[in-house]
Write a protein that binds this ligand. Sequence first.
Ligand code: DX5
Ligand code: ZN
Length: 220
Amino acid sequence: MSRRIRIAPSLLSADIAQLAEQVEQCTEGGADLLHLDIMDGRFVPNITFGPAFVATVRRLTPLPLDCHLMIVEPERYIQSFVEAGAQWVSVHVETCMHLHRTLEQIRLLGAQAGAVLNPLTPLEFAFEAASAADYILLMSVNPGFGGQRFIPQTLHRIERLRKWLDTQGLSIPIEVDGGIGIDNVSDVVRAGAEIIVSGAAVFDDGAIAKNIARLRTAIG
Ligand code: DX5
Ligand code: ZN
């Protein structure tokens, strides 16, 4: 496989009491970026990290930080997250009244701009967003929590999106988020994903570097 598959551990499942050590294991274990789930208790029924947390992680690793904003009115907070050290920022199409403007705002701040789709959001949103985004993130669970089951129809969505991007000559990567572990990661990659987010499967038993290595082996 010529595509470079990137692994993005999701810190949502990390043991925050041992944050420095867990981030170091990700870095030493060959993670390509760190995924930070930003939740506001409004767009999703959970609350997580703010810019101060992102700034803390920034001091712990040279890896790019991938901030997945699950918040309403994301345009109000993008600058704070970029200033805190996020190099990748993604926004849900369901939260953006002016998606093109918001993606442009991310790019103007010098970060990679991602557009995220919930599991049943029509793929046409991704087709339209692709010309203004640096990556597309397809949710394979309903956003809000780690450790959920992968929604199988996502595989077909990844295939359709990859095919469409290829026919348009667009090489932007597809990131997939939710319920991915060693049992299904190869299916997700075969369908066309290039960036794999994984939370529970990386952190749950604390053997982070080993789990990243096992994911790589499963990808083949
Ligand atoms: C869910 C988050 C995911 C989550 C993935 O709302 O966006 O990033 O942390 O975790 P797992 O791999 O456990 O499903
Ligand atoms: Zn996420």
